[in-house]
Design a protein around this ligand. Structure first.
Ligand SMILES: [Zn+2]
Length: 436
């Protein structure tokens, strides 16, 4: 006789891999053990009835800059993961840059892991970085469990993470292809970028035109085609790239793309303060609607935050000088859901973009869906409730946000990490890639 489950959660709106329906989800030892009918009598030590509050799988945010160690004054593991838990994100993957050291070698990965160990409220994995001179570290980093590699062709914003030259990037693609890894390229062609002619938003926007993204995406597609490396475009802003990506994907080139909540919810007209500054920039209304079409059509598969904080001092000033980065770990779900439902999209699509697809992209084991055998990473989401964004309620280190004062739809009521309430604790584990 098997023992009873630890926890049973009932919801009339469970968002399962095959759609939304009433269900009861059973949890034992941190894993999902059964998905039963809503009214099924399943013996469990504890039970929760969410009523009409939706039950979602925990979000998987594969684009987060935590900055610890080295720039912990910008953001750290404890604060970022607390914000994640409050926002329904149960697993995140940290980008290799903005911390010191950057995650470009085995020793640096060990330093990052040591800083994160015991500090995280949700599960945390790591991307490695490909920079000039670290070709010999790529395979060792992969074998140590990084999920893939990030690189730049333009200035990254920090001196210790330089861009790759054309030849270096080709070599990195070939090396990463040799062991089946994933390469993520910040896609802005430096030849199409210029210093802003002034400090206002239109001048900043003009300095990073859609053509910079399009040319870079074309280059990434060519390299993926030539080398066979799986390539991924992060934070896609320019809808001009969609036809390039669609054509490549239709032709079997292994290239995927993500966009971010701010590109889907905001437009250049909103950008009044440097809180709205990010690279590539937030563009016009028509561009935003085209990104929604790219998402609806599947050319863009993931929506992740690119949570990239800094100190308030660096976020002051004008659009020419302020740090570029928007921090939305805690708000990504309601920001995207608010804009998605206005456009007729369902919760199951949001779950696909923000949990299932990012987990699949990175190959995060046992995440990305409410399915038997997966970690019991679950979110109670009041999808019809509204709230007004109060920066004081944000948990990331410096609560600067372009969403201050906005009314959003969808409130995260509770987040479970492997069946245990997440939030104040440090129950997060360090994730590593597992052999596929
Ligand atoms: Zn980023």
């Amino acid at each position: 006789m098997s023992r009873v489950d630890d926890l049973l959660i009932r919801s009339r709106r469970a968002v399962l891999p095959d759609g939304e329906r009433p269900a009861a989800v059973a949890v034992r030892d941190g894993r999902i053990t059964a998905i039963a009918d809503h009214s099924a009598a399943v013996p469990a030590a504890a039970s929760v009835d969410l009523g009409d509050v939706a039950l979602l799988p925990g979000l998987v945010d594969t684009h987060v800059h935590i900055n610890e160690p080295g720039r912990t004054r910008w953001e750290g593991f404890a604060t970022a993961t607390r914000a994640a838990a409050a926002g329904g994100v149960t697993a995140l993957i940290d980008m290799p840059l903005n911390s010191l050291p950057p995650t470009t070698g085995p020793d640096a990965l060990a330093v990052k892991r040591e800083a994160a160990e015991g500090a995280c409220a949700v599960d945390v994995g790591f991307w490695g970085g490909a920079v000039p001179g670290n070709a010999a570290s790529l395979r060792p980093l992969y074998d140590l469990g990084v999920f893939g590699f990030k690189c730049f062709m333009s200035d990254s914003g920090v001196p210790e993470f330089p861009p790759l030259s054309g030849e270096q990037m080709r070599a990195a693609f070939a090396a990463i292809a040799s062991f089946g890894g994933l390469v993520i390229v910040h896609a802005e062609d430096p030849a199409a970028l210029s210093p802003p002619a002034g400090g206002r938003y239109p001048e900043f926007l003009a300095s990073r035109p859609p053509s910079a993204e399009r040319r870079a995406v074309q280059r990434v597609v060519r390299l993926a085609e030539e080398t066979g490396a799986r390539a991924h475009i992060p934070h896609l802003s320019a809808a001009d790239c969609l036809d390039v990506l669609a054509e490549a994907q239709a032709g079997g080139v292994p290239v995927t793309a993500e966009t971010c909540p701010h590109y889907l919810a905001l437009t250049a007209r909103d950008a009044r303060t440097p809180a709205f500054k990010c690279c590539p920039p937030i563009r016009d209304d028509a561009n935003r609607e085209s990104l929604w079409q790219g998402l609806a059509g599947g050319v863009i598969s993931c929506v992740v935050t690119d949570h990239s904080p800094c100190t308030p001092e660096l976020k002051r000033g004008d659009f020419a000088t302020a740090w570029g980065g928007i921090s939305s770990l805690q708000l990504g779900l309601p920001v995207v859901w608010t804009a998605a439902r206005e456009r007729g999209h369902g919760l199951h699509e949001v779950v696909r973009w923000m949990s299932e697809a990012p987990a699949a992209l990175a190959g995060v084991p046992r995440k990305g869906g409410i399915a038997v055998g997966n970690d019991a990473d679950l979110v109670a989401f009041a999808a019809d409730e509204t709230f007004t964004v109060d920066p004081a309620a944000l948990h990331h280190r410096h609560p600067i946000t372009p969403y201050a004062g906005r009314t959003l739809t969808g409130v995260v009521r509770a987040t479970w990490l492997r069946g245990t309430p997440a939030g104040d604790g440090a129950g997060g584990r360090l994730l590593g890639r597992e052999a596929r």
